[in-house]
Ligand binder design. Structure first.
Ligand code: UDP
Length: 190
């Protein structure tokens, strides 16, 4: 894929984001950021978000504004919603015995996903599924567990910018794909 910039923020133009993500996993993993116009603006004024996006292995254009800005640079990309990429990765994970971690969203949402996802995606191996409203002193333990489990796929729903900055810090030198998914867990839980 080719790395472009929108308002100074990196974004990758790839022909097929699913293949790019799965290829990234095959090369040892990395971080995926889905970038929309609002995040682009936030990143310009919030250095830690800018840093987390800059260091991502794959920045997917997620939203019409970013796709439009790329088109103005004569870069044509297929718009891929982050939630769709995340679901495709879960389907792939279920079919290929990937070990999957889910982090974030409200406790009731996570409870619902723990029940419903393995039914909707037979074969899905959830090795850890924790909500995003843990007491402050619980996070060290969760991070240690993630390091020890070393999952193939970690979907993080903590909202922007925390999901990106947290993933950047915790995924450091770990294998597997890490991806911030915003409100996707809420949508999947219905
Ligand atoms: N979230 C969380 N912990 C927090 C804040 C948010 O788990 O401290 C979850 C929230 O429940 C939702 C997701 O993060 O499932 C995305 O939140 P929101 O839609 O507010 O953020 P956005 O991604 O739209 O900025």
């Amino acid at each position: 894929h080719r790395r472009c910039r929108v308002l100074g923020i990196p974004v990758d133009a790839c022909r097929d984001v699913q293949s790019a993500a799965i290829g990234l996993h095959a090369r040892g993993g990395g971080r995926i950021v889905t970038l929309n116009a609002e995040m682009t603006m936030t990143a310009r004024s919030l250095p830690e978000l800018g840093h987390a996006i800059e260091g991502a292995d794959l920045v997917i254009p997620d939203g019409a504004g970013v796709v439009w800005a790329l088109a103005r640079q004569r870069v044509s990309v297929v718009k891929t919603a982050g939630i769709e990429l995340a679901w495709t990765l879960l389907e792939y994970a279920a079919a290929h015995s990937w070990r999957v971690a889910l982090v974030g969203a409200a406790p009731a949402v996570m409870d619902s996903l723990r029940q419903s996802l393995p039914q909707r995606l037979p074969g899905l191996n959830l090795v850890i599924a924790v909500d995003g409203y843990q007491p402050a002193d619980a996070w060290d333990g969760i991070e240690a567990e993630l390091h020890q489990l070393n999952p193939d796929l970690v979907l993080v729903a903590l909202g922007v910018p925390r999901q990106e900055t947290w993933s950047e810090r915790v995924s450091d030198s770990r294998s597997g794909l890490w991806m911030g998914v915003g409100g996707s867990f809420d949508v999947w839980a219905g």
